[in-house]
Design a protein around this ligand. Structure first.
Ligand code: DGY
Length: 327
């Protein structure tokens, strides 16, 4: 009997090792240090039974239509906005993802961005690197205190809750949530308040995005949003770059309506090295490393493989976004 072909669109930690112990499957992966083009993606899909995709692979309607033979796709991410879910459902192609495992790493990344901005770390490190650190300075590099500040969370799922908890535990921050819908299933052991938009604008010192990209959240943080905020605020995005407008954030920084911009996700992604934001002293940009710890990434590989094995057996996926086999 022919072996089922599982194709991963990038090399994944632990994949080769797993393949060595699971010789009943033919495991292939993209060996180049770059993403596949859309045409290449179609080509490899043609020769595969199941795919492990990454968030930059465009799994759109026509890709799915052209590859209806696929028995399953598992996205190597918790987010799945790169996949046309309506079409996957229409065609009955199971779709998996990797929830939970990356919650702590991503929330920690948001915290790191917040601390770097609050303590003006980019400016301080540049001074050392550029030879501008000439003496101990009582007046330069002084940052902001986060104690009891108000943190506004947009998207109160697992990652939003974990970041909020860290800010509450470390700095006794007041946690406010908007919009209401995302707080529906929250079970937290720290205090938080769900507020309406107007109160959010009034109170918040830190805006942290933890929502998926949807028509409601796309371009949500723009000049209009910034203008409505009553106090200068820090902005953190570890969710999806499509949720903010980078020109508007730049203007906000220059007009001192925004105290700092901390991005792990950019718009577009990757960010151009010519982006003027990179020259701003209080803008910190990471290359989408929210889930990038060794253990997390290895676990994500295993979760994707578990999803794929289930879909090849036509049985319920352990981590599914859409599962036609679920009873
Ligand atoms: C996700 O999982 O959606 C992150 O953006 C990548 O780890």
């Amino acid at each position: 009997m022919d072996k089922s072909v599982i194709y991963a669109t990038r090399e994944l930690p632990g994949l080769v090792e797993w393949a060595k112990h699971n010789g009943q499957f033919q495991v292939e992966f993209n060996k180049e240090d770059r993403n596949l083009t859309y045409d290449e993606l179609n080509e490899v899909a043609k020769a595969s039974d199941a795919l492990i995709t990454v968030l930059s692979d465009n799994i759109d309607k026509s890709f799915l239509e052209n590859n209806q033979h696929l028995q399953g796709i598992s996205n190597y991410a918790v987010g799945f906005n790169n996949i046309d879910m309506d079409e996957a459902k229409r065609l009955g192609i199971p779709i998996g993802n990797t929830p939970d495992v990356l919650t702590e790493a991503t929330a920690e990344t948001a915290l790191l961005l917040q601390l770097m901005m609050a303590r003006k770390i980019k400016r301080a490190m540049s001074a050392v690197r550029d030879g501008n650190w000439t003496a101990w300075e009582p007046t330069v590099f002084n940052g902001y205190d986060l104690q009891e500040s108000t943190v506004g969370i947009i998207g109160f799922g697992r990652i939003g809750q974990s970041f909020a908890q860290k800010m509450w535990q470390l700095y006794k921050c007041n946690i406010v949530i908007w919009p209401r819908e995302s707080a529906k299933r929250a079970e937290c052991n720290f205090p938080f308040r769900v507020v309406e938009k107007e109160e959010f604008f009034q109170l918040v010192d830190v805006v942290s995005m933890h929502c998926p990209k949807t028509p409601e959240t796309e371009n949500l943080i723009n000049s209009e949003f910034i203008a409505k905020m009553k106090k200068p605020f820090f902005f953190i995005n570890t969710a999806r770059g499509d949720c903010h407008n980078e020109n508007d954030l730049l203007l906000g920084l220059r007009e001192e309506k925004v105290l700092g911009v901390g991005l792990d996700v950019t718009n577009p992604e990757p960010m151009s090295r010519k982006s003027p934001l990179l020259k701003e002293e209080n803008c910190v940009v990471f290359p989408h490393i929210g889930s990038a710890t060794k253990k997390t990434r290895e676990q994500m590989t295993l979760m994707c493989l578990e999803n794929i094995l289930a879909s090849l057996k036509r049985s319920p996926l352990p981590y599914s976004v859409y599962d036609p086999f679920k009873v």
